[in-house]
Design a protein around this ligand. Structure first.
Ligand SMILES: CCCCCCCCCCC/C=C/C(=O)SCCNC(=O)CCNC(=O)[C@H](O)C(C)(C)COP(=O)(O)OP(=O)(O)OC[C@H]1O[C@@H](n2cnc3c(N)ncnc32)[C@H](O)[C@@H]1OP(=O)(O)O
Length: 285
């Protein structure tokens, strides 16, 4: 993939000059990448209005971005969104509802690959959660090594609320962050936590009042690795996450088959249809 590189001031950091890397090969421009030329850290912003739903194209862009930044020997990545109120609304349920099975298989394979890329990334990662982050949004945030969140938003895995069983790839990164009992209860309840509650249980690491403050906190976290050998750092991380990654790599085909079988059941299709309708009608009441 090719990048166009221009210098510009960024809304994230006021007048600090950054390299803006814009993906040219993505016709949808659903990801924006900025590299801070002072720190060398890249900010990856999801940019799929209105609520950054993870469809096949956005998922593929996220995977590609990570691979390219690893190849470019990026020193750290901050994942955020261009929205003022949503980090990511999670999976685009339209991908799951009345699906073309071929595309559904492609979609879930892409989601598995994105998870492998972000959870297993060699580069240090921080999530700047600048808005709501349900389900797939929470998965992305928990793939990162550190989370800073703005107040008065929600985060969590709410799948159980609309009748979906969170598959292993959705559970693992959540379990990696939280004590097992809290993770189990939260998943069974389909619970979304407020920013404050998320801080109290350890789902996020810090709160920030503004996006700028959140950015600085993410930078501070990434800078803790400045004096650490990057290879030693990355191999140590692999020692913690390697088994989870291997389990998915080995079980990818079964996980895909289970997912497709589950999602295409009549009962699940009915629930997904109802949930979409509920989301669509939410504001009319
Ligand atoms: C053992 C075998 C296991 C197999 C298991 C298989 C099961 C697979 C399960 C995989 C895991 C699933 C993960 C997911 O991510 S599912 C998605 C979960 N997401 C949500 O529940 C979030 C729902 N959305 C919201 O709460 C709000 O939209 C949000 C807070 C994110 C933003 O609110 P806001 O007011 O800013 O925006 P709107 O609500 O007006 O939304 C804008 C439009 O987008 C539509 N919308 C929102 N979310 C979704 C979605 N997830 N999918 C599709 N469409 C969505 C919404 O209806 C609005 O559109 P319209 O204006 O056209 O109505």
């Amino acid at each position: 993939m090719f990048f166009q590189i221009t210098k510009a001031a960024t809304p994230l950091t006021g007048c600090r000059r950054q390299l803006i890397l814009r993906s040219l090969s993505s016709s949808t421009n659903n990801i924006q990448i900025e590299v801070d030329n002072k720190t060398g850290f890249a900010t990856v912003s999801m940019n799929r209005p209105p609520v950054n739903l993870l469809n096949l194209e956005l998922i593929n862009s996220l995977t590609r971005s990570m691979k390219e930044m690893e190849q470019n020997k990026s020193r750290g990545i901050i994942l955020t969104s261009t929205s003022n109120s949503v980090f990511s609304g999670g999976l685009d349920i339209k991908e799951l509802y009345r699906p073309d099975v071929q595309r559904l298989r492609e979609f879930w394979t892409a989601f598995q690959d994105m998870w492998l890329a972000w959870y297993g990334s060699a580069v240090p990662t921080a999530a700047l959660i600048n808005g709501h982050s349900p389900a797939g949004g929470c998965v992305l945030a928990t793939c990162c090594e550190y989370r800073v969140m703005l107040p008065k938003f929600t985060i969590g895995l709410n799948e159980a609320k609309f009748g979906l069983v969170p598959p292993p790839v959705v559970r693992i990164s959540f379990k990696n962050v939280l004590p097992l009992r809290i993770a189990e209860l939260a998943l069974c309840q389909g619970k979304l936590f407020t920013s404050n509650d998320a801080l109290n249980i350890g789902l996020i690491d810090e709160l920030a009042k503004t996006k700028e403050e959140g950015y600085e906190k993410c930078v501070k976290f990434l800078q803790t690795f400045r004096k650490v050998d990057p290879v030693a750092r990355s191999l140590t991380k692999q020692q913690f996450r390697g088994k989870d990654l291997d389990d998915l790599r080995k079980g990818k085909q079964k996980d895909l088959n289970d997912f497709v079988e589950h999602v295409t059941q009549d009962d699940i299709q009915m629930r997904l249809g109802l949930y979409l309708e509920q989301l669509h009608n939410r504001k009319k009441k």
